[in-house]
Ligand binder design. Structure first.
Ligand code: ASP
Length: 439
């Protein structure tokens, strides 16, 4: 069976199983009992202990850990190999400009769409403000992010999985290897061989993707507070989901059709396994191995483009997160009866676009970024507490949009550079044959 269909089936079954288990040992205690009593309830409840917190939790965490384990070696070796195989190193500069330009453009479009829809549908009107409290973690200032892009110690960059630093180091290493010509050939061959081996591990981990996604979704649905949705947050929740879907279909679809002159349907078909994995893991970084795989195997993009654009995108490009920030900011402003001026709206677009640079694509990071945006427009940061409870499912959906945005820009840039196999992109047979062997 083709892998996309398999992941989808396991995901739906996971959602059903999780919802059933919620009735026995999941969420209801959070709502009705205090935290202490809830813990006591859960520790006595064997379904919670052995199934929700046991089986589902461990199975899902194994899958996420396996993906994360691949992240550093995969980004390092594929980027080094990608840069080494660039015939013209000046291409790298052009590639960076196009990529970063398109990343910023798509994020700005996402925010404008979000602000427009939130102004029309007013999800926060009449919301009781309540005693929301949320204390955000500190986010480093942009200057620090820029300074720290160059690692002082590449090994510690890898040990800490600092994506921007690894990207910079890998590009420098790749350039140095290709400038060394014949003398550097041994190292070049070593990286090429390592790349095949790492891809072998990706293939292996991908075989477990349906089960991993099943466990992750089952755990989420067993603990997700659907009851909160009825209490006024439903409108916010639905609006975020609708705008995320609109942005993915309309913005990416039309950019791919207009700028790359490619059929957008093939794009979405090819990206489906990565979107489902992003939905399951809530982490663009963890999904990276699968995103790379889809872009190469299903869309036919060459390694020397995607090995640079995708890891960069997982860190600096988060359109889905930007959409949540735009809608959440207006939602909170409306709940607090604060009218935002045009200048404040522009501030939201600017801060939210820049905020995502340097924030790693990991679960819930969007909420930390949101704190920064709220501060800029003088709204109370504690108000994030209002939307915290239902953020999990939104996080999953926006992560799927985040990685789709990275892949859309990658496809457009690759097409403009002639770095895409059109036969692969246009051939639907390959799309359903995801597990095809590495050649
Ligand atoms: N989880 C998202 C990602 O990894 C970021 C966020 O919006 O929290 O892309």
């Amino acid at each position: 069976m083709n892998i996309s269909v398999k992941i989808l089936i396991f995901m739906v079954v996971g959602a059903i199983v999780g919802t059933i288990f919620q009735q026995f040992g999941g969420y209801q205690c959070i709502d009705e009992l205090s935290k202490e009593a809830c813990k006591a309830f859960q520790s006595e409840n064997w379904i919670y202990t052995y199934i929700i917190d046991g089986l589902f939790n461990v199975g899902g965490a194994w899958f996420i850990n396996a993906l994360k384990m691949l992240m550093v070696p995969l980004v390092l070796v594929s980027l080094v190999v990608g840069v080494c195989s660039l015939t013209d190193p000046s291409k790298l500069g052009r590639l960076s400009l196009k990529t970063v330009g398109l990343y910023l453009l798509t994020t700005a479009i996402a925010l404008i769409l979000a602000l427009l829809m939130a102004s029309i549908f007013q999800p926060g009107n009449g919301m009781p403000v309540g005693d929301a409290n949320f204390v955000p973690k500190e986010k480093p200032p942009l200057t620090d992010v820029l300074i720290n892009m160059i690692p002082t110690n590449p090994f510690s960059a890898m040990a800490q999985a600092n994506m921007l630093q690894i990207i910079v180091f890998a590009i420098i290493l790749g350039l140095a290897i290709s400038f060394s010509g014949d003398k550097g050939k041994t190292i070049k061959d070593w990286f090429e061989s390592a790349n095949h081996v790492v891809m072998g591990i990706v293939n292996l981990v991908m075989k477990f993707a349906p089960y991993g996604v099943f466990f992750l979704i089952a755990k989420t649905f067993a603990t997700f507070p659907f009851a909160d949705l009825v209490g006024g947050l439903g409108k916010y929740f639905i609006l975020v989901i609708v705008v995320l879907i609109l942005h993915a279909l309309l913005t990416y679809g039309s950019l791919i059709a207009l700028l790359a002159r490619l059929n957008p349907v093939n794009f979405f078909k090819g990206m489906w396994p990565a979107m489902l994995t992003a939905f399951g893991t809530s982490s663009s970084n963890a999904t990276l191995p699968v995103t790379m795989r889809c872009v190469e195997k299903n869309l036919g993009v060459h390694k020397n483009t995607y090995s640079f654009t995708l890891p960069l995108g997982a860190t600096v490009n988060m359109d889905g997160t930007a959409i949540m920030q735009g809608i959440a900011t207006l939602f909170i402003a409306q709940a607090y009866n604060a009218d935002l001026t045009m200048a404040q709206m522009l501030t939201i677009i600017l801060t939210a676009t820049l905020a995502s640079i340097g924030a790693a694509g990991v679960p819930s990071v969007g909420l930390i970024l949101l704190a920064g945006v709220l501060t800029q427009v003088n709204l109370p940061v504690e108000a994030i507490g209002m939307i915290l409870g239902i953020d999990r499912l939104l996080d999953m959906t926006r992560t799927a949009v985040n990685i789709t945005g990275d892949a859309a820009v990658t496809t457009i840039v690759a097409k403009s550079e002639g770095e895409i196999e059109l036969d692969t992109y246009n051939d639907p047979v390959i799309h359903s044959n995801f597990e095809e062997e590495e050649t």
